[in-house]
Design a protein around this ligand. Structure first.
Ligand code: ADP
Length: 414
């Protein structure tokens, strides 16, 4: 499945696969076109406000300034059609024909228990993704819309679904089950699913490569710390446990999500504030976490600034965040019975030396030691541990789009 394509503005031929990566949200559709020989992003962009007023397509061709077009994007099919038009456009495009696209990779949030890996999409796969809608009512429907739109517009192009949950299907039952009556699992599939799987898999793979080891021979804790945040115990390249659960609300304190709390608090708040189930869900997802504790913002930059200015609640929020990260690193070292490396990634993990440093204090007994000069050096990928540290601490920029494109390439090669 290798194509020969002519790239406008290039003199020669590029001979390899072209992957269009699609990430559909309820009112947005992000895309990247990646050439797999060089793994270069040829173009990327975003359709926003799909189905709303003033929709727009924002497109960037590698090296050119961003183009913004106001278009009729009343649904995902129209948005996909706009993406194909601009990718093949004489002025802003990077391919001559949509058949130059070898495969489309779709990011799908929830694959339930059915999908343990990425899959080639057929009608049965679409049905199964639709069956998971109950588990991810906000995220899976736009994913299905993206797939259906592509199927209409490019019926002969293979498509691959890459799931956020799939990587965590290796978590054993004693870790994924909750101590509720077993019928809750049997009837409603209530269990830990975990999220950010594509990112945890990608950065743990990179860490193994940077250590010059086979992934099968490594024990790595990956810390994906963004607005949403989760930690994963990656043992021999497989997820053994992760902090998010049945939904992405569990685990760490996050930008606006509370993470783990005593479950009895939920009904207590409902009674005190006269909240419906939906209201309390909203409260825990959108008004809690760093925002709720600090009372300042969900953005770590604002909270760090307030902390520097002596704001007590900003300090508590940061202390709380780092305390939980540290807890889980130590816990997961215990889960795996050893540790070779930890990885910090995503917005906060990649950009914030203070959080990295604070989250690893007192972990010297595990062999984790950070070199502060290296920790303050900005790089896409860097080992920030002291030379003699027994455990490597890496900062690795996550790249979920590239990871999805690689999954597509691997699947098609099979
Ligand atoms: P998500 O994909 O979950 O929305 P990101 O991985 O993009 O989140 O991370 C967003 C967060 O990264 C922001 O809330 C911000 O607090 C944090 N962030 C970005 N840059 C910096 C920085 N230089 N220092 C501290 N935090 C940062």
């Amino acid at each position: 499945m290798y194509d020969v394509v002519v790239l406008p503005g290039h003199t020669g031929y590029v001979i390899d696969m072209m992957v269009l990566v699609i990430n559909s949200g309820s009112s947005s559709l992000k895309y990247q076109l990646i050439e797999m020989k060089t793994e270069r992003v040829l173009a990327k962009g975003l359709c926003e406000r799909i189905g709303l007023d003033q929709p727009a397509l924002k497109h960037t061709k590698n090296g050119d300034p961003q183009v913004v077009k106001q278009l009729d994007l009343s649904d995902h099919t129209k948005a996909m059609s706009a993406v194909i038009s601009i990718l093949t456009d004489k002025e802003h495009g990077v391919i001559t024909d949509m058949n130059d696209i070898s495969v489309v990779g779709h990011r799908i949030v929830h694959g339930g228990e059915k999908f343990t890996d990425s899959v080639l999409i057929d009608d049965e796969v679409v049905n199964e993704i639709e069956n998971c809608i109950e588990l991810a009512p906000l995220h899976n429907p736009p994913g299905v819309s993206g797939i259906k739109a592509c199927k209409v517009l490019m019926p002969n192009t293979p498509m691959v679904a890459v799931f956020d949950t799939a990587f965590h299907q290796s978590v054993p039952s004693h870790a994924y089950l909750y101590a509720l009556p077993y019928e809750m699992y049997e009837t409603y599939r209530i269990r830990k699913y975990g999220f950010h799987g594509t990112s945890h898999k990608y950065v743990s793979g990179r860490a193994a490569e940077l250590m010059g080891k086979k992934i099968e021979d490594t024990k790595i804790v990956t810390c994906h710390l963004g607005n949403g945040a989760s930690i994963c115990a990656v043992n021999g390249g497989k997820s053994m446990d992760t902090t998010m659960g049945f939904t992405p609300l569990a685990g760490l304190a996050m930008g606006t999500r509370c993470g783990d709390i005593d479950p009895a608090i939920v009904t207590f708040i409902m009674n005190k504030k006269n909240y419906t189930a939906e209201q309390v869900n909203d409260y825990m997802n959108k008004q809690s976490g760093m925002l709720g504790v600090s009372g300042i913002s969900s953005d770590f930059r604002d909270i760090l600034k307030a902390d520097e200015e002596g704001n007590e609640r900003a300090k508590i929020a940061l202390d709380m965040f780092c305390y939980r990260v540290r807890n889980y690193i130590a816990q997961y070292a215990g889960v795996m019975g050893g540790l070779d490396a930890i990885v910090f990634t995503a917005g906060v993990g990649e950009n914030n030396p203070f959080i990295r440093s604070r989250s690893t204090t007192r972990l010297g007994f595990l062999g984790i030691e950070i070199d502060e000069a290296k920790n303050n050096t900005k790089a896409e990928e860097i080992d920030v541990s002291t030379e003699n540290a027994k455990v490597r601490t890496f900062v690795i920029a996550t790249n979920e789009e590239l990871a999805i494109a690689r999954e597509c390439k691997t699947l098609l090669a099979k």
